[in-house]
Design a protein around this ligand. Structure first.
Ligand code: SF4
Ligand code: SF4
Length: 329
């Protein structure tokens, strides 16, 4: 890619560090396709150090930490918190699904350890998709514990507490139970209320509910410049820059900030400069053929093209992402 099109030094704004991909849940809207089946592992000390240095170089003054479920490795989480502090990068909050609040005394101890390291806030997920895996009493308990010890927190999203109130709070609830007790359209209603991006595992939501259109209707010439947006980007446990929204694509953060060799990332470049039409043209030369029944959207077509190209050696494609996205729905 041309150097001038890469992230500019000083340009990194709102972002997050994804400490892992493994999660105790496998939410049907998960943009990163996390689940208990994803490869175990956590950001290492060396990668955390390098990522923090690069974030600083890129002008990033604050980040959040997410995953996966970052609390699967408390020591790794605390290490990451310390790395940020040593680099002078403010930690805005840590995201969690609150699975670790099953036992109040243990959760309180963990919160106190975080507090001792200067952690100021948690973002605690509560909604019907999470409640398929995590009893919603846990996020509410964690919220109460944060209030008790003086840790900042916000529930994401609080309007779902009322929605969930007709369900038992101490056990998870299947899709069938949700459809029976909440609404037969609970998936679509929850997705709309969230305003989710229909990438990652959420491609299945779109495939189930949206109208399919023929490929010619979906093609346009709009370049996907958002791939190098620095507004809510992520850096994953391996030090890759993940564009906001377009998951399954990645660039080493060090190259995204400094430069990449021209034509090193053909899939990324096709999308960035020529959009979906450019990607389809590239994929055609690798034997990709579109489905007769069409696709629900341009981005859904993009997902399936990239999934197909994942079997070739394109370094900018995270081939694990595509299969993980199609599981657990
Ligand atoms: S949305 Fe969060 S809690 Fe749910 S699977 Fe993804 S990372 Fe895990
Ligand atoms: S077409 Fe692909 S790269 Fe472009 S915005 Fe949609 S998902 Fe992202």
């Amino acid at each position: 890619m041309k150097g001038q099109d890469l992230l500019k030094t000083g340009a990194l704004r709102h972002g997050g560090i994804m400490a892992n991909y493994r999660c105790t849940a496998a939410c049907r809207h998960c943009l990163y396709a996390c689940s208990p089946a994803r490869t175990a592992g956590y950001i290492s000390s060396d990668i955390a150090e390098a990522v923090c240095s690069l974030l600083k170089q890129g002008g990033c003054g604050s980040v959040h930490i997410g995953g996966g479920e970052p609390f699967l490795d408390i020591e790794g989480l605390l290490m990451t918190v310390r790395k940020l502090r040593h680099k002078g990068i403010r930690l805005e909050y840590i995201e969690t699904n609150a699975y670790w609040a099953a036992r109040e005394d243990e959760a309180r101890n963990i919160l106190k350890r975080l507090q001792a390291e200067g952690v100021e806030a948690l973002c605690i997920s509560v909604d019907p998709f999470h409640a398929e895996y995590v009893p919603y009493a846990y996020p509410l308990r964690l919220h109460a514990l944060c209030n008790e010890i003086g840790m900042g927190d916000f529930l994401w999203k609080p309007q779902f507490i009322q929605v969930l109130s007709s369900l038992g709070s101490l056990e998870p609830h299947s899709r069938a139970q949700m459809e029976r007790k909440l609404s037969s359209a609970y998936i679509g209603e929850t997705a709309r209320a969230y305003g989710i991006r229909l990438g990652g595992r959420a491609v299945n939501i779109e495939q189930e509910y949206a109208r399919y259109r023929q490929v010619e209707e979906l093609l346009d010439d709009a370049p996907c410049y958002g791939l190098l947006s620095t507004d809510h980007f992520h850096v994953d446990m391996q030090g890759y820059f993940i564009p906001p929204g377009c998951t399954g694509l990645r660039l080493p953060l060090v190259e995204a900030i400094n430069s990449t060799a021209p034509e090193k990332y053909p899939v990324f470049e096709a999308l960035y400069y020529r959009g979906i039409r450019g990607l389809l043209h590239l994929a055609g030369s690798y034997g990709f053929r579109t489905s007769q029944e069409g696709y629900p959207s341009k981005c859904n077509l993009c997902f399936h093209i990239r999934r197909y190209l994942g079997k070739y050696a394109f370094q900018e494609l995270d081939s694990d992402h595509y299969e993980a996205a199609l599981q657990y729905y």
